[in-house]
Ligand binder design. Sequence first.
Ligand SMILES: Nc1ncnc2c1ncn2[C@@H]1O[C@H](COP(=O)(O)OP(=O)(O)OP(=O)(O)O)[C@@H](O)[C@H]1O
Ligand SMILES: [Mg+2]
Length: 246
Amino acid sequence: MIRIEGLGKVAGETRILRGVNLEVAPRTVLGIIGPSGSGKTTLLRCMNGFERITEGSLEAGGVRLEAGLNEKEYQRRVKQLRRQVGMVFQHFYLFPHLSVLGNVSEAPVYVLKRPRAEVEAQARQLLEAVGLGQRAERYPESLSGGEQQRVAIVRALAMRPEVLLFDEPTSALDPRRSNELAGTLRGLVEQGQTMVIVTHSMKFLEDVADRVLYMESGEAVELGDTAQILNDPQDPRTRDFIRHAD
Ligand SMILES: Nc1ncnc2c1ncn2[C@@H]1O[C@H](COP(=O)(O)OP(=O)(O)OP(=O)(O)O)[C@@H](O)[C@H]1O
Ligand SMILES: [Mg+2]
């Protein structure tokens, strides 16, 4: 569950986000679209504490951030937030010196202090679920780009976050891999995962998103069901963007 109210972000002289209101229901996927520079990545980074919000509030995975909190309390909550909200970066850096299993197990063992045997058993299950059961002992360099990406997703999932965030996950994938990724993500949603995905691909949105948010100039312009936003946008700004999308 994510609830964002009146969220604003000002960095120095620049206003990046203004008055963003948003709810994401559990076990659903929210897609975020909008022109370059509209604030999509910044909003995503606010959702796991990489950017400090300067107005309003944000609640995710049971942790609430408010712009007015003092720095110490804010950072304390960000720490809690990061345990509930995972992020898969556009350039997911796997550790080259660790096997697939090692990459996935590292953080749960060293950050969450969970027993290695239990973590590895869960890691193998997750790898199996994304079709990488046979790759556990391999090293990242011997995997295809799409396989490496799935390892990065499993690595984030191994922390058992309530919410997973993705920034342009298909930008380096061909249409077939993109399709596979959509299938993988929908499988995770069926198992209870909540996700937010920033993407420029309309096809990918159709395949994975339940709801879509259109952003422009740091504002949440229109939020609706995927089919409605893609086929029948109401705001003229959304309409203009969709008309020019591929
Ligand atoms: N720390 C910062 N200080 C000042 N301006 C910033 C900062 N971070 C981001 N911006 C600006 O805020 C705007 C939104 O950036 P953001 O990266 O969120 O856009 P985006 O929607 O993800 O774009 P793209 O589709 O190109 O990835 C941009 O104009 C960017 O230059
Ligand atoms: Mg971006």
